[in-house]
Ligand binder design. Sequence first.
Ligand code: NAP
Length: 246
Amino acid sequence: MADRRYAVISGASSGIGAATAVRLADDGWDVTIGARREDRLREVAARSGARAFALDVTDPASADPFCDRIDDCALLVLSAGGALGLDAIAEADEDDWQQMWQVNVMGSLRLIQRLLPKLVQSGSGHIILLGSIAGRQPYVGGGGYNAVKFAVRAMRDVLRLELLGQPVRVTEIAPGMVKTPFSEVRFKGDRARAAAVYQGVDALLPEDIAECIAWVASRPPHVAIEQLVVQPLQQADARTVHGPDE
Ligand code: NAP
């Protein structure tokens, strides 16, 4: 039992979270996954051998029973998140902003608060937050998403201060463009608009980020990687992508 390593991943029904579940399980972690879409979770569980439970991080009535099922946790990967809309602040939809805040920020807060005792108890705990280059560079239409990813970055720094002296590392993984359903969710199911985002760009794959997470989590316990910014070769920053016609 002592050398079993237990990981919990939120937002693991899709994209980066799903790829991370498969990767960590391959690396020998005992993985528990959560997200709202149970059919997709089951499919990821079948591929990875992870335990899967329904989880809506925006709802304490869902986060509580999910966390109550976790006996051990040494690694918490907070991948539940994403963007909604690409509107200028002047026209932004308040509900979109509320939902982004609830998922990316409050959702992470809820799982951290509930699982921190287990992370400490593990003797070698690790929280990995999914930030973004959007938490570094504002862009037109990015207002709501920029705000939440800047907040995730602030949470990373505050946690590192507050947990100093505790056996819990805190890392922010900040990707650029990763080819996942992220843009389809952002554009509320508009697949053509989502596909255009990745047109002519050799974007990162979710497995690339899963590999970064697996690497960060497998450093010796005294090595705390604060942040890892990872972008495709064709991307310089949140606003600058080298397209096919350039
Ligand atoms: P994705 O494929 O859309 O995955 C998002 C995951 O979050 C899904 O599993 C979704 O599952 C889950 N989720 C959403 N709302 C939730 C809720 N209320 N409760 C629980 N789970 C919820 O997108 P992704 O690209 O993998 O995104 C993962 C993280 O990486 C996000 O934080 C995103 O902001 C960040 N990121 C992505 C990119 C990119 O280019 N793709 C770049 C930088 C950062 P359900 O819908 O089943 O609940």
